[in-house]
Design a protein around this ligand. Structure first.
Ligand code: ADP
Length: 524
């Protein structure tokens, strides 16, 4: 009503408007003429209602009100003209009837138009929402099916009402149960992503095609969700595409709350084949890595053991022939033999301690922390190295602040010192140093740290290795392992300490140990 151009072009709409407009005006003119200038007594003015109805076809709401007002004025003019001096009850009643008819018609027309407009806008909103849903459905990259589960639901609810709520019992009792259920599912719509996932045949509208391979069990789970009034079914299932390609998909079905809406259930599938494959490969790679790092750890530990045992075993090998020589003397020099035996015992004990300590590291148990007097420890260490120092003609200078104690694992710190002193001797021998001298100093670096320095008079650290000094297997020696310094560093760091190495301005290399005074003995 009012302006209706639906299904017509603008030209034909104009003709239509014009026709109604002219008809309305002509009718109003004729009614006015008859009502005013003829003696026909009757409810002729009521015909303005028809003119109003005709005008309503072409004018807007306010236009209609204006027309109705004009027609009302015309009715009153006619009445005034014909009954100016002799008005009677009959004609006055007709006047009011005509005005009332005009008013009622206009009000009804406006109401109808309003109802029509609101219906139209409701329809437009519905269309808009349907369009949005469709475009999301069609354009999303998730494979979507719109399926009709209403027949299946009714069937299952009937069985439930008959007393069976367990779909597995139903499937056991009737071998055709699953097929019956499958045949009751219809595919209403399929989106592009679904067609890409399974192919146009498997993802087609109509009867549900059996592309899910995961057997009846998962389908029975889905049926049970419907029977139990559940809202969501989600599981990983295997699906086969038109090209016989097997895919692992995450199937998800969201059932509506309203049973009437079971004719439009959205089912989605997400291809997780690649993701699962990647996860599997990742897990395999992690297992490989764990194996490899275990092998590396064992390798490093063996290298460390070989390195650390070298010194005490070498000392045993030197002292054992000496012991035999003392015994072979005539008469045997028993006291000298005793000294050699004591040295052998001491070195063998140290070798045993090293093995014990390494085993402790492997089993992640910490060594025993004790309060160690540094002067004693250095004296003991130098006594152990006595033979090496003597053989290499190395003099040793010791400067230790008195009575410094530090909580540490005795054997560990001793091993570090032996390593540093052995390296210093080797550097001075290999570098043909004129005067071989090692200076060991120990003092408090600050209130919190002990500092031990081992300085030699050798050629200093090779510039090539200076930056990677503490990296495992970095060595400049033809028969070196390159493990000593890295072991020393990690041993000290495990106790909260530090190891650094540099070349002294006066020549030679300096290795500096720092250890905290405050390590907790209770941790031992
Ligand atoms: P290795 O003694 O088996 O080579 P280390 O880790 O103990 O392994 O030492 C690594 C390298 O550091 C040595 O090969 C050597 O080049 C250098 N180095 C260590 N101590 C000294 C030192 N006192 N003087 C000069 N170079 C040293």
């Amino acid at each position: 009503m009012f302006r209706t151009y639906a299904a017509r072009g603008p030209g034909s709409a104009l003709h239509h408007d014009l026709a109604f407009g002219v008809a309305s005006a002509a009718l109003a003119g004729v009614v006015f003429f008859i009502d005013t200038f003829t003696n026909i007594e009757g409810a002729i003015a009521v015909l303005y209602v028809i003119a109003t109805l005709l005008a309503a076809q072409v004018v807007s709401q306010s236009g209609l009100i204006a027309c109705a007002c004009i027609f009302a004025v015309l009715v009153m003019i006619s009445y005034g003209y014909t009954h100016f001096s002799n008005y009677d009850l009959q004609s006055t009643t007709r006047l009011f009837v005509a005005l009332a008819a005009l008013l009622v018609t206009t009000v009804l027309l406006i109401k109808t138009e309003r109802a029509r407009l609101s219906l139209l806008s409701l329809n437009a909103a519905l269309k808009e929402s349907e369009f949005r849903y469709r475009s999301i459905f069609d354009q999303t990259r998730v494979a979507l099916w719109e399926r009709d589960y209403s027949s299946l639901r009714s069937y299952l609810m009937e069985l439930k009402a008959a007393g069976e709520c367990n779909v597995r019992n139903l499937a056991r009792a009737d071998p055709k149960f699953v097929d019956e259920c499958l045949s009751r599912i219809m595919v209403v719509a399929v989106n592009e992503a679904a067609r890409e996932l399974l192919g146009p045949q498997s993802a087609s509208v109509g009867e549900l095609r059996k592309s899910i391979l995961s057997g009846h069990e998962k389908f029975l789970d889905l049926l049970q969700v419907i029977v139990d009034g559940g809202r969501v079914y989600e599981d990983k299932v295997e699906a086969r595409s038109d090209t016989d390609e097997e895919k692992l998909v995450l199937l998800s079905v969201k059932f509506p709350e309203d049973p009437d809406a079971f004719d439009r259930v959205v089912v989605s599938m997400v291809d997780v084949t690649q993701r699962e494959l990647a996860l599997k490969t990742l897990a395999e790679a992690q297992a490989e890595l764990a194996k490899a790092s275990k092998a590396t750890a064992i390798g490093a530990m063996s290298a460390s053991l070989a390195h650390e045992l070298n010194q005490p075993l070498g000392a045993v090998l030197v002292n054992a022939p000496t012991l035999l020589r003392w015994l072979d003397r005539d008469p045997p020099d028993i006291s000298a033999a005793r000294r050699s035996t004591e040295r052998i015992i001491r070195d063998a004990q140290r070798a045993s301690e090293i093995i014990k300590n390494t085993r402790g590291l492997l089993s992640q148990t910490a060594g025993r922390l004790e309060l160690v007097r540094i002067d004693d420890l250095i004296d003991e260490t130098l006594a152990l190295m006595e033979h090496e120092l003597h053989r290499s003609v190395t003099s040793i200078v010791v400067q230790i602040a008195p009575s410094i104690t530090v909580p540490t694992v005795r054997i560990e710190l001793q091993q570090v010192l032996i390593n540093l002193i052995t390296n210093a001797i080797q550097a001075m021998v290999e570098g043909n140093a004129e005067q071989r001298m090692i200076t060991v100093t120990a003092d408090a670096h600050d209130s919190a740290h002990l500092r031990i320095k081992v300085r030699d008079s050798g050629p200093g650290i090779d510039a090539k290795i200076l930056k990677t000094l503490f990296t495992p297997f970095k060595t400049t020696k033809p028969t070196g392992l390159g493990m000593g310094l890295s072991i020393c560093k990690s041993t000290l760091e495990a106790r909260g300490g530090r190891l650094s190495g540099y070349n002294d301005d006066r020549g030679g290399a300096v290795f500096e140990i720092e250890l905290p005074f405050g390590a907790e003995l209770a941790d031992a």
